[in-house]
Design a protein around this ligand. Structure first.
Ligand code: 13P
Length: 256
């Protein structure tokens, strides 16, 4: 009963002109593929500077695509140069906000405490956080990937009530599989997604664990999406590189 969610994280790619073409092409590709929004939810996550443009096209052409942001400030407003607030994003029509992407944890020293505050800020502003987690290569080699990832999620969900957790999205992205062409196997994805769901059950209850959607991310492509999506605890994909090509992303969205 969980609707799969396929989200394209554009990262720091495409200016607003290129974004216009991509979202228009994606709309056409989905239509040509006979996309059925009951079978999967299509989401694009452009850079902040493209959101207004993307929103205008999606709303104007009534495209069956939701959109969101790659980050959110933990603050409401005021003297926070360079930050973008939850109010600003929700007023642009964002439905989703990615929080705690490994690139922000690594290059901007984001802690679980900050990720937790950002997730709460997204919820406060009526948006759904996509909370990212996942281990580095050394952690996996040490066999501690489940423990590490579940630990992140427990900290990231701290103080978020069950009814909100049931509606949010968790993205398991092993860092060693991001942008490397090295995909985790479907069994690797399932192992950790299942462990995350178990942890949600322990922290909350069975209905909350059954409702929360858990994505896999890391080198997802048209060629490997079906196998990954066949796993019972994988409810979608967070896609980087392949989301920059309308044809590829359309194939991923219509994996079913
Ligand atoms: P790639 O699909 O390029 O590996 O990126 C995954 C990712 O980090 C999505 O957030």
């Amino acid at each position: 009963s969980r609707t799969p969610i396929m989200a394209g994280n554009w990262k720091m790619n495409l200016d607003h002109v290129a974004a216009t073409s991509l979202v228009q092409d994606l709309g056409e590709a989905l239509k040509a593929a006979g996309y059925d929004s009951a079978k999967s939810e299509a989401v694009v996550i452009p850079p902040f500077t493209d959101i207004r443009t993307v929103a205008t096209i999606i709303d104007g052409d009534k495209l069956p695509i939701a959109y969101g942001a790659q980050d959110i400030s933990a603050h409401d407003d005021g003297a926070y140069t360079g930050e973008v607030s939850g109010t600003m994003l929700s007023k642009l029509g964002c439905s989703y906000v990615v929080v705690g992407h490994s690139e922000r944890r690594e290059y901007h020293s984001e802690s679980d405490e900050l990720v937790n505050a950002k997730a709460k800020k997204a919820i406060e502003n009526g948006m759904t956080p996509i909370i990212c987690c996942g281990e580095a290569l050394e952690v996996r080699k040490a066999g501690k990937h489940v423990e590490h990832t579940v630990g992140q999620i427990k900290a990231d969900l701290d103080g978020i009530p069950a009814e909100q957790v049931a509606k949010l999205v968790i993205a398991y992205e092993p860092i060693w599989a991001i942008g490397t062409g090295e995909t985790a196997t479907a069994d690797d994805a399932q192992e950790v997604c299942q462990a995350i769901r178990e942890a949600v059950k322990e922290l909350y209850d069975a209905p909350t664990a059954e409702a929360v959607r858990i994505q896999y991310g890391g080198s997802v492509k048209p060629a490997n999406v079906a196998e990954i999506m066949a796993k019972p605890d994988v409810d979608g994909a967070l896609v980087g590189g392949a989301s920059l090509k309308a044809g590829d992303f359309s194939k991923i969205v219509t994996f079913y």
